[in-house]
Design a protein around this ligand. Structure first.
Ligand SMILES: *Cc1c(COP(=O)(O)O)cnc(C)c1O
Length: 388
């Protein structure tokens, strides 16, 4: 009927941000309407499926933002399309966090800002692979957006498996895929550091392989969780101009609602990305919120030690259940797989949700965001109810 839609799009499904989460919220809303006196406990849902910070901005920063929205933003004017002020603030942040850089200095010329790092992923793919020029490589399980966005653009996705013991790259498989994928050749490799959903960091052996790749392959390292892992590979871009580091304000900086992500790379890569970027991709509200977050980043990141301690505690606590295997994590989430492959994870996830704990069933396992102390406590109790 709609013959003008590209054939490959008809096969794709649109992304569901909270699988099954919507209908539950609607159900909850109904329940609220119908039975106002229904027990509070049943209405609460702990959203531990998208790795956001459990904490909103502190009250005084919310007030400051509200004031800026009222007094400083001209609603009738386009946003700052150069994003220069925000770029300079991000450069200062990157030079300091998660630790001071020593071998290189990042400037505004090393940065491109996206409407979330999701938009940057698409910008990168348009700039590198579109029109049959390239394919991308991912190692599963990993962040699904790379493959999803590539497919919407008709870009082939070469998928390899990770080593099961520690979820490191299977380097033999990766090397072989590079040799075998000829038309189009692999132009971009996406990695997450630490990986989502599995929580592992890139190891030295993998790093050496990445460093040895030819300069006509772009290595994208997604550091969405670097404030939790306290690691970064930004220093590598000084010696590897074919590397690009992705970061986001959506996780530790608590701004998921504002959609701000950024890429750090050699200025020549940035020039290409800026050609593809839409001129006003970042609303004034988001630019302002990001600036406020950067001006107060010490305060926002002060809860990280607490979240890391909570991650270690919930890892230990959940290890009591012999039904699951848990891997160590360097991020603000943990990853489990059932010991018994017949355990139905979709059903388990649905039952947990019915008890008020929403987690992510992905990559053949379960990914659970570390929440507040109360949320983690309920997660543990709900696991206990279902497993004992
Ligand atoms: C959450 C997350 C992001 C953030 O995406 P935004 O579009 O910036 O919200 C990026 N990469 C990974 C691996 C993530 O988990």
């Amino acid at each position: 009927m709609i013959g003008f839609i590209r054939a490959n799009l008809t096969e794709l499904k649109s992304y569901t941000p909270h699988p099954g989460g919507e209908s539950n919220q609607r159900k909850e809303h109904q329940r609220k309407e119908n039975q106002r006196k229904e027990n509070q406990r049943k209405e609460r849902i702990d959203r531990l499926d998208t790795n956001e910070s459990p904490y909103d901005l502190p009250e005084e920063l919310k007030a400051k933002l509200a004031w800026l929205y009222q007094e400083a933003i001209e609603n009738n004017r386009y946003p700052d399309g150069s994003q220069q002020e925000l770029k300079e603030a991000i450069a200062t942040y990157v030079n300091q966090s998660p630790f001071p850089l020593t071998n290189t200095t990042i400037t505004a010329n090393h940065l491109s800002i996206g409407n979330g790092s999701d938009e940057l992923i698409r910008t990168i793919l348009i700039a590198t692979c579109l029109g049959g020029e390239g394919a991308v490589m991912v190692a599963n399980p990993t962040f699904s957006m790379y493959g999803i966005i590539a497919k919407t653009l008709g870009i082939p996705v070469v998928e390899i498996e990770r080593n099961i013991q520690d979820f490191s790259f299977n380097l033999e498989a990766a090397q072989q895929a590079l040799l075998e994928q000829k038309s189009p050749p692999i132009r971009v490799i996406f990695l997450v550091h630490p990986n989502s959903p599995t929580g592992n960091l890139i190891q030295e052996k993998e790093l050496n392989w990445l460093r040895s790749l030819p300069s006509d392959i772009l290595v994208v390292i997604d550091e969405a969780y670097c404030e939790y892992s306290q690691t970064t590979l930004v220093g590598e871009i000084a010696t590897h101009p074919n590397w690009l580091i992705l970061r986001t304000f959506s996780k530790a900086l608590r701004l998921a609602s504002h959609r701000v992500g950024y890429g750090i790379a050699h200025p020549q890569i940035i020039t290409a990305l800026e050609k593809v970027r839409l001129p006003y991709n970042l609303p004034s509200f988001s630019q302002t919120a990001a600036l406020v977050a950067l001006n107060h980043y010490h305060q926002l990141l002060a809860v990280i030690p607490e979240i890391i301690t909570a991650r270690e505690k919930i890892t230990t606590d959940l290890s009591q259940f012999p039904q699951f295997r848990i891997w160590p994590s360097a991020a603000n989430f943990i990853y489990l797989r059932p010991q018994n492959p017949h355990l139905d994870l979709a059903e388990f996830t649905a039952k947990l949700k019915a008890k008020g704990t929403l987690i992510r069933h992905t990559g053949g396992g379960l990914r659970i965001t570390v929440g507040t102390e109360a949320e983690n406590h309920r997660t543990l109790a709900n696991f206990g109810d279902l497993l004992s």
